[in-house]
Design a protein. Structure first.
Ligand SMILES: C[S@@+](CC[C@H](N)C(=O)[O-])C[C@H]1O[C@@H](n2cnc3c(N)ncnc32)[C@H](O)[C@@H]1O
Length: 314
């Protein structure tokens, strides 16, 4: 019997996922290749090289259909996906341009001509095309989290703003799902603490219960911590060994903390250098990785050389 846990399984993730048992993972935290941006030297099965956005979205919907089966019924998918611009003179999108090439070396695509069917210069809208397709396929689209980058990739454009954010979609398999909001609470700004304390003092003489508010303000009982907001400011920190975009560990820590309990299993079908595995181990979760390109095993070994710290699920 295959031992799925705490290792990366090489090959096309669609094929690998098809062999996995139902309900083995609690959460999936992943970043698929972006449409038409890079060549990961993975050959024909590599996702991201499709000719049109529709083909790209269809390929990902098929992968996430299997992910849904592999997740427990109360499982979630945390999906980081970036956008790109239509430019049929180049291969796929044109995000990043020369700068991407400089930063990502020989892994930036060998651009050939393709027909996206979208007029050049258009933002393709990949994240929302994918989000709606997943919704149509039965996922519950719960939230768009904005990853705000204080250090975005430089762009030489002068007719729009420099892009400094990406999306992370939170999708659920069922209406009731595991989400530990307490594990990712954030500190309340001192100015808000002062304002809320004042509000509560003012309420004390009235017939309202101090510390309690109505409607949307119901959750302010704890003056020092608040529910995590949906804009996450996290600097990009390229992993030194990789030639491609890796997750900053700080970006996925909240996804793993909220998405899986200690000892729970976190899946990443596009494992790359293994960031999801590394953070899962650090936080006492188990992981399952899938990756097409076996050349990334050395990077993963470096990051995952620590013995697994996983705790057994209670
Ligand atoms: C954006 S990278 C993921 C980076 C990863 N989050 C990290 O932090 O290192 C996308 C990865 O998906 C892999 N990939 C592309 N098509 C695949 C497929 N069909 N099956 C499995 N992996 C694939 C690429 O080789 C690449 O490593």
């Amino acid at each position: 019997m295959t031992n799925w846990l705490n290792q990366c399984h090489f090959g096309d993730c669609l094929e690998t996922l098809r062999r996995m048992p139902d309900g083995i993972a609690q959460a999936c935290v992943t970043s698929p290749p972006y449409f038409g941006l890079r060549d990961y030297s993975g050959g024909a099965a590599e996702i991201g090289k499709e000719k049109t956005p529709a083909e790209f979205v269809a390929a990902l919907v098929a992968v996430f259909q299997e992910v849904k089966r592999v997740l427990r019924d109360d499982g979630t998918l945390w999906l980081n996906i970036g956008d790109s611009y239509a430019n049929d003179g180049k291969w796929g999108g044109s995000s990043g341009g020369k700068h991407a090439q400089a930063l990502h070396g020989n892994t930036t695509i060998g651009r050939g001509k393709t027909q996206t069917g979208i007029k050049p210069k258009n933002l393709i809208g990949i994240p929302w095309r994918l989000a709606f397709a997943l919704q149509d396929d039965g996922w519950i689209l719960r939230q768009e989290i904005i990853w705000a980058k204080p250090n975005p990739m430089p762009e030489s454009v002068t007719d729009r703003c420099t892009k400094s954010h990406e999306s992370i979609f939170l999708l659920a398999k069922s209406e009731k799902y595991y989400f530990d909001s307490g594990a990712i609470k954030e500190a309340v700004a001192p100015s808000s603490v002062a304002r809320l304390s004042q509000d509560i003092e003012q309420q004390a003489g009235s017939d309202r219960v101090p510390g309690k508010t109505n409607g949307a303000m119901k959750a302010v009982g704890d003056l020092e911590q608040r529910n995590k907001r949906s804009v996450w400011t996290v600097a990009t920190t390229p992993y030194k060994g990789a030639h491609f975009a890796t997750f900053p560990t700080a970006l996925i820590e909240p996804c793993i903390l909220a998405g899986a309990p200690a000892g729970g299993v976190v899946l990443d079908p596009f494992f790359g250098s293994g960031t999801t595995g590394e953070v899962a181990q650090q936080l006492g979760r188990k992981f399952i990785g899938c990756e097409l390109n076996p050349a990334y095993q050395a990077l993963q070994d470096e990051r995952l050389r620590q013995p697994s710290l996983c705790l057994e699920a209670a």
